[in-house]
Design a protein around this ligand. Sequence first.
Ligand code: FAD
Length: 365
Amino acid sequence: MSIHRLLVAKVVAETHDAHSIEFEVPADKADLFVYKPGQFLTLRVPSDETGSVARCYSLCSAPHDGGPLRVAVKRTADGYASNWLCDNATPGMEIDVLVPAGIFTPKSLDTDMLLFAGGSGITPILSILRSALETGSGSVTLIYANRDAQSVIFASALAELSRRFPERLVVVHWLESLQGLPSVANLTALAAPYAGREVFICGPGPFMDAVAEAMAALGRGRREIHIEKFRSLPRNPFEVEPAKEEAEEKAAVAEAEQDEERAGDAPPVEPVADDGGTVTVELDGATHELAWPAQKKLLDVMLEAGIDAPYSCREGACSACACRIVDGNVELAHNEVLDPEDLEDGIILACQSMRRTQSVHITYE
Ligand SMILES: Cc1cc2nc3c(=O)[nH]c(=O)nc-3n(C[C@H](O)[C@H](O)[C@H](O)COP(=O)(O)OP(=O)(O)OC[C@H]3O[C@@H](n4cnc5c(N)ncnc54)[C@H](O)[C@@H]3O)c2cc1C
């Protein structure tokens, strides 16, 4: 996992409680910050109490226009990082970030799409929507729920896209202040004309549950729809790297033991027996062959070997470490983000993968 310090180039108050933040990516890092519509950045937000906290923010910019990377942060009531960013982010400030990650991204931009966003859930949805309209060929319907008209993030950008793509874009705004909370019946009625499309959902939990229920009523199973859950990371990848620390500790102990053996002329210690499992890792154009002890998780194996594998939460909750199985099999100890379709496609979370075949081959390409 590599941390990059990026310059904040622009901050815009999008609504009374949401700010967008643009980052400047230096030319020598441009390759690292190539992203797909729907992916997110992980930001390091300073804290006097803990050093920092790590929070994910979806990119609302669209990759094809080559413009700056932009995230939008909405204040969470009593939240720490979102309020810190909205209060303190200013042009010229530097923020540590992890490279773009995530799997909430369409396979094709040429299919017809049905998009649902609630509040700040519009961020990855806007990136997908703009990419589909400006580089793809399908039709897009967005059902966008907000508390009131003042809370609608990117209202004018959406109005402009509706003007530019009248034949291909339908935007349905739902305002809680006027219409109440969108019920399953409301959502079912709105989605019915578009039910067969590729579905992406992002928003507050109860909104996403209601949409999933509506889609089920329209015959679309959970495995057919893509959901992005916004939550705060339980661990901070910027502050601790336990696997690396553990590896360094082990290396120091092994060295000390070797020194002792040499000094006392003791017989060499036999290495701990393992079943000889291996993993082949394709990452950043290089291929690595590693021993993979059966009791270890894949991400720890890679980090201990000094491989710069991506990760963020290390708890199976964010998908920053997602990679694909080419050969072999693993079991995920915990998984909150991959849906059955991802799993069928061979996508796994390195931070939760336990080896279940003698050899495994994975790729990040
Ligand atoms: C993939 C993904 C994409 C996301 N995209 C977006 C997006 O585009 N836009 C968006 O707005 N949100 C997004 N989120 C949600 C975002 O990551 C945060 O969860 C959200 O901003 C709330 O964070 P918060 O710190 O403000 O609130 P909370 O996490 O609720 O803040 C409270 C927490 O902070 C701790 N805390 C309080 N004070 C301090 C302190 N001084 N120092 C250290 N810790 C403290 C508390 O112990 C508590 O754990 C996304 C989440 C994910 C997983």
